[in-house]
Write a protein that binds this ligand. Structure first.
Ligand SMILES: [Zn+2]
Length: 183
């Protein structure tokens, strides 16, 4: 008899506090929080969206763009992409990248696409094209290269675009995509 009455009491006591806790949660935080969180993820008021970044390149892109710790940025890493298999996405609030900045990101991730957003609307789409020659921007790794002198501006020739391969104009040292260091 004792084992029979014990299970009876447990559901009764458990049932009483459960609805109370649920209703307290619903009337408390749940109504406001999901909406504001959703807004931030889906929409950008103004700024730049960089899509089709190579997988796991978004942090490098932020670094070469000089996006600081105080910036509002949404980062998606290794997302599924029908085009690329995997990709990264960056949404940078309150900053419209210049053509030069977008071309810089293209050197890191040639297939990247850019959308400039104002008041939640796309005002410009940009697909950068890799130039045949890159002045400045990239540092030569060769310690004996004349461009180690800060008065000499680096220059690289684009040998192949996919995969990206560059060659230093001065010392002929070749750089592959993953070896590029931005000045
Ligand atoms: Zn060099």
């Amino acid at each position: 008899m004792a084992p029979g009455s014990a299970p009876k009491r447990i559901p009764t006591t458990a049932a009483a506090p459960a609805p109370a806790a649920q209703s307290a949660g619903a009337s408390g935080a749940t109504e406001v929080k999901p909406d504001s969180a959703k807004m931030q993820v889906s929409a950008l008021r103004s700024g730049t969206v960089i899509d089709h970044l190579g997988p796991a390149t978004s942090f490098k892109a932020l670094k070469i763009l000089g996006v600081g710790a105080d910036a509002t940025v949404l980062i998606g890493v290794n997302l599924d992409s029908s085009k690329l298999g995997k990709k990264d996405i960056l949404k940078i609030e309150g900053r419209e990248l210049t053509d030069a900045e977008m071309n810089k990101v293209a050197l890191l991730s040639p297939q990247a696409t850019f959308s400039l957003i104002r008041d939640f609307k796309v005002v410009r789409k940009f697909q950068p094209t890799l130039p045949d020659q890159v002045d400045g921007l990239i540092r030569c790794m060769n310690p004996a290269c004349i461009t180690q002198d800060p008065r000499v501006t680096g220059r690289f020739h684009v040998v192949t675009k996919s995969p990206l391969k560059l060659r230093c104009h001065f010392c002929e040292r070749s750089l592959r995509e993953n070896e590029i260091e931005f000045a």
